[in-house]
Design a binder for this molecule. Structure first.
Ligand code: ZN
Length: 165
């Protein structure tokens, strides 16, 4: 990928994991996960916001607003931007809820609790918005494992024990 020679799978000196390495020039091709940032916005009445996805993967399922970070923004800025894009909603008072990893696809999701400011409506990549009390969350219709893990933590912090399946 650097000098044009073939890469070989081997453990570089001083490393502990197998990498794709060029024996010719020493280039190491690291495969790193991609960070995603999102918010779980909460209204004054204690309801949280979810959006229904209108695009693949997992079109039709519910998720909190979030997406891939850009290189020139912080996790907080990315989470606020994605919430505006997907739910047309401004959020404030961000506080870290948790970090959730899907090792297979190589995704690290940074999730913030946030205070909703104003009204929400469907935006880019979404067909619908909904406000849910912890016991009303559509658990069987959530988009990803990370969605479920974060919402479970959110609900438990509010004294609601979410279903395990
Ligand atoms: Zn090379």
């Amino acid at each position: 990928m650097h000098c044009g020679d073939q890469l070989s799978a081997l453990i570089p000196e001083g490393d502990t994991r197998e990498r794709l390495v060029c024996r010719e020039c020493g280039f190491v091709h690291y495969l790193n996960p991609r960070p995603v940032a999102g918010t779980i916005p909460e209204r004054d009445d204690g309801r949280l916001l979810l959006v229904r996805r209108s695009i693949e993967p997992r079109a039709g399922t519910w998720v909190f607003p979030g997406g891939y970070m850009d290189v020139d923004e912080t996790a907080e800025e990315a989470a606020i931007r994605e919430t505006l894009e997907e739910a047309c909603l401004a959020v404030a008072d961000l506080s870290l809820l948790g970090v959730y990893t899907r090792p297979g696809p190589g995704v690290v999701v940074v999730v913030f609790e946030a205070r909703a400011v104003g009204e929400a409506q469907a935006g880019d990549e979404t067909s619908e918005v909904g406000w849910f009390r912890p016991e009303e969350v559509p658990w069987p219709e959530l988009a990803f494992d990370t969605t479920m893990w974060a919402l479970r933590d959110w609900a438990r912090r509010r004294g609601f024990e979410p279903p395990l399946e």
